[in-house]
Design a protein around this ligand. Structure first.
Ligand code: HEM
Length: 232
């Protein structure tokens, strides 16, 4: 039987969740039935992801509260809220899988579904950034590779370049206005191109992940210095 708590299945599951999440935004490329199927797979995968990381939630009130743990807990709670909103509204807006449910068509449910979706993907990217060190440790552990010293600065340059591109990409996708709960007119023309849609999403999500990682590193460093200054 597959051991879901081992590094490889965990990483594969996390990767599959991210792919499902991004694919769900290609609604007008995939069509309704595929969108609903992918969304359902994502919501089931979330349950497995939560079960895999249950130990973390069990220990959240034990031990020292670090900046990383506080960020993890706040983002985790917000992400859970967005995903529950997605799940509940999915039942209401469904046209294929749950159409048999006697649910009235309420436009507000559609609106909550859209905005919860944009916030869920944004929070997932921030969650990725906060847990970046844990993910790289898992990858290194799995591959037996240690990152060479020179790779650090190189990765920062690449991350910075992606972050700049991602800021533009988020505007092209209408991602940033939708996070402010306003409607963006931008709608991707999948007849014109498909790959750039996914590249723009990757860049915009990496921007958020890099921002979360950088802010967390700065906060961790500063908050660790404080007690040392005050102590004699
Ligand atoms: C990963 C989870 C999901 C995400 C991120 C997501 C995201 C979205 C987004 C962004 C839209 C708007 C598409 C557009 O007009 O540009 C949408 C529409 C829709 N979604 Fe989902 N969704 C998810 C899961 C589901 C599930 C599980 C169902 C149903 C079983 C569902 C049913 C629908 C329907 C019917 C629409 C069209 C609503 C309308 O405008 O009439 N979604 N979804």
């Amino acid at each position: 039987m597959m051991r879901w708590t081992r590094p490889l299945p965990r990483l594969l599951l996390d990767g599959a969740m991210l792919i499902c999440l991004v694919l769900a935004f290609a609604y007008w490329w995939l069509g309704n039935a595929a969108h609903e199927a992918i969304g359902t797979v994502f919501l089931i995968a979330v349950l497995r992801h939560v079960a895999n990381n249950l130990f973390w939630w069990k220990g959240v009130r034990r031990g020292r509260m670090t900046v990383q743990r506080a960020c993890d807990a706040v983002l985790g709670a917000l992400l859970a809220l967005a995903i529950v909103a997605l799940l509940l509204t999915s039942l209401g807006v469904s046209r294929t899988l749950a159409q048999w449910l006697p649910m009235p068509r309420i436009f507000l449910l559609q609106e909550i579904h859209w905005f919860a979706a944009y916030w869920a993907i944004a929070l997932a990217a921030l969650h990725l950034g906060v847990n970046w060190n844990r993910i790289t440790a898992l990858v290194c552990n799995l591959s037996g590779l240690a990152l060479p010293r020179w790779s650090g600065p190189l990765l920062w340059v690449v991350a910075l370049a992606i972050a700049v591109q991602g800021t533009f990409s988020g505007s092209i996708l209408g991602f940033w206005p939708r996070l402010r709960f306003s409607y963006a007119l931008s709608m991707w023309d999948f007849n014109a191109s498909v790959l750039p849609f996914f590249l723009h999403w990757a860049a915009a999500l990496l921007t958020l992940a890099v921002a979360a990682h950088v802010l967390l590193s700065i906060a961790t460093r500063n908050l660790q210095v404080l007690p040392a200054k005050n102590s004699r």
